[in-house]
Design a protein around this ligand. Structure first.
Ligand code: ADP
Length: 299
């Protein structure tokens, strides 16, 4: 289990991570979601001991990363796939990792196969790798020590759709076997399929967290009427918060049953009524983090 308690990181008066607390639990994939600059990487760097926190703690099974005797055997980390030694071949990088962790050499070949690098690709220098190949190699390095916890920062970057699918299946399988997975993304749709739990960060602060099911339930409903203006008026009268999409779909922050009742009472004919699912989650994500985009915001 990964536990963050009141984690804060300040850089010269600028607060990159602001009192962040959450847990990532075994057997579950936790999605760490937020726009660029929200503080995801900084949080993850603190977790794995690369950046000292200003205050607060990040622990894995109760211990700080720096206290783990053989960290690679306990926590698999992929923070920046481009940071791998460009002059080494993929196979060499995995051999160094295996040697550092005291693993048999055969494990290297197993991992090359597991992440779908060909024998020829494994012999190529990393400077000639595509970003997608670097991500695969980074995942191989993270998994080589057979850790129980995975911390991955934007691992889908640079992967093609088949690669994203492959990684989802890999992470799902890993969590289903009892592993703890924390993965970050700035794109909801990249992680909402695989994540069981979501932690949403904006401007260094947690703005929402919970199971995906809970957050979806809070995402409201999509409703359409033959007369959108009358529907909107009825919702306003009933005090239901709502936004209208350009195509006339209304996203309302209430359950379908309540909306049906409101429309019925106002004599409005509905042409569609359903839970908002991922469209609503996206809307909620954008709204929650809208005020937290860094552009034009004084630090
Ligand atoms: P994310 O990973 O969500 O895109 P980051 O954690 O990389 O966000 O960055 C959060 C904020 O902290 C950004 O505004 C970034 O510019 C700032 N930041 C990150 N590292 C440093 C640093 N070493 N010095 C000063 N500011 C930093």
């Amino acid at each position: 289990m990964i536990t963050l308690e009141h984690l804060t990181k300040r850089y010269a008066g600028f607060t990159a991570v602001d009192d962040v607390s959450f847990t990532a639990r075994p057997g579950r994939v936790t999605g760490f979601l937020g726009p660029n600059g929200a503080g995801k990487s900084t949080t993850m760097r603190v977790m794995v001991g690369l950046t000292p926190p200003t205050s607060g703690t990040a622990t894995v099974d109760g211990r700080r990363y720096a206290e783990l005797p053989n960290p690679g055997r306990e926590v698999g980390v992929l923070l920046d796939a481009s940071a791998q030694h460009a002059g080494r071949t993929g196979r060499e990088i995995l051999r160094v990792a295996a040697a550092t962790m005291g693993l048999p050499r055969a494990r290297v070949e197993t991992m090359i196969e597991r992440v779908g690098l060909t024998d020829r690709e494994a012999e190529r220098r990393v400077r000639h790798y595509s970003l997608g190949m670097r991500q695969r190699l980074g995942i191989a390095t993270a998994l080589i020590g057979d850790p129980r916890v995975l911390v991955l920062d934007e691992p889908a970057n640079g992967l093609d759709p088949a690669g994203i699918r492959w990684m989802r299946d890999l992470l799902r399988g890993y969590a289903d076997q009892g592993g703890t997975v924390l993965l970050s993304s700035h794109l909801l749709h990249e992680i909402e399929v695989v994540a069981d739990d979501l932690v949403v960060i904006g401007n260094g602060r947690i703005v929402a967290q919970g199971t995906k099911a809970e957050l979806l339930a809070g995402a409201g409903s999509v409703v359409r009427a033959s007369d959108t203006a009358r529907l909107v008026a009825a919702l306003a009268d009933a005090g239901v918060e709502h936004t209208v999409a350009p195509d006339g779909a209304v996203l309302a922050s209430a359950e379908a049953a309540r909306l049906g009742a409101v429309a019925f009472a106002a004599g409005v004919v509905l042409t569609e009524l359903r839970s908002a699912d991922s469209a609503g989650l996206e809307e909620m994500f954008l709204e929650l983090t809208a005020t937290s985009r860094r552009e034009g915001v004084a630090a």
